[in-house]
Write a protein that binds this ligand. Structure first.
Ligand SMILES: NC(=O)c1ccc[n+]([C@@H]2O[C@H](COP(=O)([O-])OP(=O)(O)OC[C@H]3O[C@@H](n4cnc5c(N)ncnc54)[C@H](OP(=O)(O)O)[C@@H]3O)[C@@H](O)[C@H]2O)c1
Length: 314
């Protein structure tokens, strides 16, 4: 009998061993070109040395000069070492903390993701439609920003507020599961579940590009699967199938910028959407997702995973 999905070895963890970085993904070589310093021949300048040797000065003067130069050199190197070390520490301090932006973080899976990534040391920006009511998110210590993912003006305002700030991880989590399947409701579902993640990702692309390893996680669903799909849930399933295409599109458009974009199925969780009878606890799902995110490499970009790391068919 096969293992339960959450017990399966992290597909990303094992695949990582064979990953040779961006080249394996067919990224242009110049992305990985090594920086080259000046060559030895461009540095050496024998003239002053020769001139020095030809100088008719006493042996004593030479020894005296050598000692004073050595002293000066040692002092300069010490000062340079201290100052560059200090600068490196300062720079590292600024960039060290990873930042995650999570949509719909005021309750359900979004709140669990926010708590888990904060626990892992991330600075979390959690968005909520009503920030003043996002008390649990606030108590958890997240920075809260207002966002309705269907509102272009709010997306634009958020991007403006965040201009110049690095985002390492964007989790497009906000979603709805409507009860009816009339045209108007389906259009709204598509707007929240599919277009929201697309427009928000594009609006924050410059922030993500500031990260050395930017990641976008689109919270999709197995109900949007075409292969082995269950074929029910109407507009919700359509919107998640389309969200998976958003993942492919963002992957293709931004892989040369080092972006890693995946879709995940979080499993059936105890939330308002998933109901009390759901088998999974959001905290457990969030812990597994954090492992998956941690182990993500460019080889995994453009793919669909179970929250626990197993790759899924589209
Ligand atoms: N739970 C499951 O079993 C399950 C299974 C598969 C996939 N998923 C997916 O996982 C994600 C999270 O689901 P969940 O179970 O945590 O759902 P949930 O408990 O119903 O929470 C949904 C979150 O999305 C937010 N949201 C809804 N419409 C929004 C909009 N227009 N703009 C911004 N935020 C909006 C909600 O904010 P408000 O509080 O303001 O409404 C809430 O924070 C969804 O994408 C869902 O499709 C869940």
């Amino acid at each position: 009998m096969g293992k339960a999905p959450e017990e399966q070895e992290l597909a990303v963890g094992s695949a990582r061993k064979s990953n040779e970085g961006g080249r394996a993904m067919g990224l242009p070589n110049d992305t990985y070109q090594q920086e080259t310093g000046p060559t030895f021949s461009s540095l050496k300048n024998p003239l002053p040395v020769r001139r020095f040797l030809l100088m008719k000065i006493s042996k004593h003067r030479i020894i005296e000069k050598t000692i004073s130069w050595l002293r000066f050199g040692f002092l300069s190197l010490t000062i340079a070492g201290f100052s560059s070390g200090g600068m490196a520490a300062e720079e590292a301090g600024e960039d060290e903390q990873l930042t995650a932006l999570i949509t719909g973080a005021n309750r359900g899976l979004g709140l669990a993701f926010a708590e888990k990534f904060m626990e892992a040391g991330y600075h979390v920006i959690g968005t909520a439609r009503k920030p003043e009511e996002a008390t649990e998110l606030k108590e958890a210590g997240a920075e809260i920003m207002a966002l309705d993912v269907t509102d272009d003006k709010q997306i634009e305002a958020l991007a403006k507020k965040l201009a110049g700030r690095k985002i390492d991880l964007l989790i497009n989590n906000a979603g709805i599961f409507p009860k009816s399947n009339d045209r108007e409701t389906m259009m709204k579902t598509y707007s929240v579940n599919t277009l929201g993640p697309y427009f928000l990702s594009e609006a924050l692309i410059e922030n993500l590009k500031l990260s050395p390893a930017p990641k976008i996680v689109n919270v999709s669903s197995q109900l949007g699967q075409l292969t082995n799909g269950q074929g029910w849930a109407g507009g919700y399933a359509f919107s998640k199938a389309a969200l998976n295409m958003v993942t492919r599109n963002l992957h293709s458009s931004h892989r040369n910028e080092g972006m890693m974009v995946i879709s995940i199925h979080p499993g059936h969780n105890k939330t308002d959407m998933g109901g009390d009878g759901a088998p999974l606890d959001p905290a457990h799902t969030a812990a597994k997702l954090a492992e998956l995110v941690e182990n993500l490499t460019p080889d995994h970009s453009g793919k669909f995973f179970l929250y626990s790391g197993q790759e899924l068919d589209w």
